[in-house]
Write a protein that binds this ligand. Structure first.
Ligand code: CO
Length: 165
């Protein structure tokens, strides 16, 4: 595994839609491993492949307990949101937009279909924070940043603690 550099928001790869993965080969598996290592090193809870300069439809996310302990790592290849219910505002940050936070409207509950690293189709239902993280990462894969959707940007000093995706 290797740490990769996280691109910042004005990079063209972050502003362009990614390509679907056609074949899950050793390069894709290595990419997943590197994404997880890079996300955890940066203390993020989600990362899209184009954030490390690879224009492929791959995201990783973490489910953590309140004290930050990692409970589960989620890896999704070619994710598609199939169902979205409700809407709520929440505060987001992004590893590619350091020091900025904003209030972003997201669906409360979603269902996502994707492939796992074995190439098997999985359907993941998520709500609350995980649903927000997955929507944020799927937006990355479409070349969209949270700052494009934020209804209000927030001064970092307003926040006591925050999570970066
Ligand atoms: Co982000």
């Amino acid at each position: 595994m290797a740490l990769r550099q996280i691109l910042k928001d004005n990079h063209p790869v972050l502003q362009s839609p990614t390509m679907a993965v056609k074949k899950i080969n050793s390069g894709v598996l290595r990419l997943l491993d590197d994404m997880i290592e890079t996300m955890q090193e940066a203390k993020g809870v989600g990362l899209a492949a184009n954030q490390i300069g690879v224009s492929k439809k791959i995201l990783v996310a973490l489910i953590t307990s309140a004290d930050g302990e990692v409970k589960k790592v989620i890896e999704l290849i070619n994710p598609v949101c199939e169902k979205a219910e409700g809407e709520e505002l929440g505060i987001e940050g992004c590893l590619s937009v350091p020091g900025q936070y904003g209030e972003v409207p997201r669906a409360v509950k979603i269902a996502v279909r994707a492939l796992n690293r074995e190439g098997r189709e999985v359907c993941l239902e998520a709500e609350g924070l995980l649903a927000r993280i997955l929507q944020h990462e799927m937006d990355h894969l479409d070349g969209i940043l949270f700052t494009d959707k934020a209804v209000r940007l927030i001064d970092p000093e307003e926040l006591q603690s925050e999570e970066q995706t």
